[in-house]
Ligand binder design. Structure first.
Ligand code: FES
Ligand code: FES
Length: 197
């Protein structure tokens, strides 16, 4: 009985020591994290922006790290431009910057003032669809439609760039735009139709 009492006292001391050291860990980890944060985390900064989109000037304020895609969708409610991967891999966010196609998820909004942005909302003239929009309808260039704004913006650029000499050239220069519905044949046909007109 005496031995059991001695054993349990020793166990108690051991357990107490372990618990004390465990309790010390969170505060030291927290302090370490705060130190690291001071060095590596850039404080939030906002900046005023005046951007021409679809020939209209928008004035807004945004975090300096905001992408053009988030600015369009979240700040300006221009939700025609889609967010797919947000990592430059799917092409759903394609817009034109000074007439050239760019991935808006990889473009900082802070770099855009002074340039002209065109989104899918700016392609049609009043009620008249852009020829590429019309061709996508006539050639079944889409199914669910999620990738379609990006496909159309790339397709317009593809024609403007003169990259339509063959099916393989069109496929090569449209390869940055993925379509999970597999509407590729209709997309190529749409581009051929507009290029031939
Ligand atoms: S959302 Fe920009 S490339 Fe996918
Ligand atoms: S039409 Fe559905 S992802 Fe392209």
């Amino acid at each position: 009985m005496k031995q059991a009492h001695k054993h349990s006292r020793r166990s108690f001391i051991k357990i107490s020591a372990v618990l004390t050291s465990l309790a010390a860990i969170p505060s030291s980890v927290k302090a370490f994290y705060q130190d690291v944060k001071k060095f590596f985390v850039v404080p939030k900064q906002t900046m005023p922006l005046a951007i021409i989109i679809n020939k209209k000037t928008y004035k807004t304020t945004a975090d300096t790290r905001t992408t053009l895609l988030d600015l369009l969708r979240e700040n300006l409610q221009l939700t025609g431009t889609k967010k797919g991967c947000d990592h430059g891999q799917c092409g759903a966010c394609t817009v034109h910057l000074n007439g050239e196609r760019v991935l808006s998820c990889l473009t900082l909004a802070a770099t855009v003032p002074g340039k002209e942005v065109t989104t899918i909302e700016g392609l049609a003239h009043n009620e008249q669809l852009h020829p590429m929009q019309q061709a996508f309808i006539e050639c079944d260039g889409f199914q669910c439609g999620y990738c379609t704004p990006g496909q159309i913006m790339s397709a317009v650029a593809c024609v403007n760039e003169g990259r339509t000499k063959s099916v393989s050239e069109i496929k090569e220069f449209m390869s940055g735009n993925l379509c999970r519905c597999g509407a590729y044949n209709g997309i190529v046909e749409s581009i051929q139709k507009v290029a031939a007109s």
